[in-house]
Design a protein around this ligand. Structure first.
Ligand code: GEK
Length: 275
């Protein structure tokens, strides 16, 4: 069942909402920082379970993604900036694989044109439940609808912006082209896809260096070697990165007129593709 938020309920002035925690009053970034620290892989595990977006992950997700993905906060800010530029009246702005709604909140805070709807889609009920609470606690003028659905199955309305912020990497490789074809068909002329992904590199030496630098980044963020190793094992075959060349070719095949990198830090990058 999709969760539909009544815009009238979320259309309040910043700081004027009774009953919210101080962190909630200070905006999405501040509130998310107040969530639990990610210690999910801190203790030695006999059998490292396969990674899933369950309740435990949802509870620590803002801390986990911020300390695991270099540039994550910058990308969110820039998604807001791009939403301001590319959102069009009479269209939808999609956040596909929205998790706790960080990208859709970045869009909502920066869309100034009228008659725009934001739709967030995620197939983790636990993620979406927290997302619903966070979105309802934040001020905003643009209506937000949250759908519990598989993004490979959901049908898309005419859209000016689609965001896949580190989501495509979790979709089975053989389903990625069909998903991008569907997004390309939904986007209006001049519409954009923002596709952020962990990348692999054909040059094995460079690939190893980027992996090393990423692990250094995680150490600097306070993760231990054990946490890094166990998370890596848990996520193997679940998060499947591909090369920039493969991403670009697939986007061009789907009908995007261009697809170029606008952000990269080590093996994490974001592409902007135009219809
Ligand atoms: C952010 N975009 O913070 N259908 C729907 N959702 C899916 C599917 C699927 N088939 N597969 C995975 N997901 C967010 C971060 S996280 C990235 C996105 C990360 C969802 C999954 O439940 C999770 O919430 C999200 O995609 C990936 O800007 O954890 O590295």
């Amino acid at each position: 069942m999709p969760y539909t938020l009544n815009p009238a309920r979320t259309n309040f002035k910043r700081g004027s909402t009774p009953g919210l925690t101080q962190a909630a009053k200070q905006g999405p970034q501040r509130r998310q920082m107040s969530t639990k620290k990610d210690r999910l892989f801190a203790q030695p595990l006999q059998d490292v379970p396969k990674f899933t977006f369950d309740g435990q992950v949802a509870a620590v997700f803002p801390d986990m993604i911020k300390r695991s993905v270099p540039g994550y906060s910058t990308i969110l800010h820039m998604i807001g900036q791009m939403a301001e530029r590319y959102a069009r009246p009479g269209t939808v702005c999609y956040d596909l694989g929205c998790s706790l709604g960080a990208s859709l909140l970045a869009m909502r805070g920066n869309i100034h044109c009228s008659d725009v709807n934001i739709i967030g889609v995620d197939n983790s009920e636990e993620m979406l439940e927290r997302c619903r609470q966070i979105v309802a606690s934040q001020p905003g003028n643009v209506p937000v609808e949250l759908k519990a659905a598989d993004i490979t199955e959901v049908s898309l309305e005419p859209a000016s912006i689609c965001v896949l912020n580190f989501t495509l990497q979790f979709i089975a490789k053989h389903e990625r082209a069909a998903l991008l074809d569907k997004i390309a068909r939904a986007l209006v002329s001049g519409g954009v896809l923002i596709l952020s992904e962990k990348l692999s590199f054909e040059d094995t030496e460079h690939d190893a260096l980027m992996t090393d630098l990423h692990h250094d980044f995680k150490r600097m963020q306070g993760y231990s070697d054990l946490e890094i190793a166990q998370k890596r094992e848990a996520i193997e075959h679940i998060l499947v990165p591909e090369s920039l060349e493969i991403h670009r070719q697939r986007l061009l095949n789907a009908g995007f007129r261009s697809a170029n990198i606008w952000f990269q830090c080590f093996n994490f990058a974001s592409i902007i593709a135009f219809r």
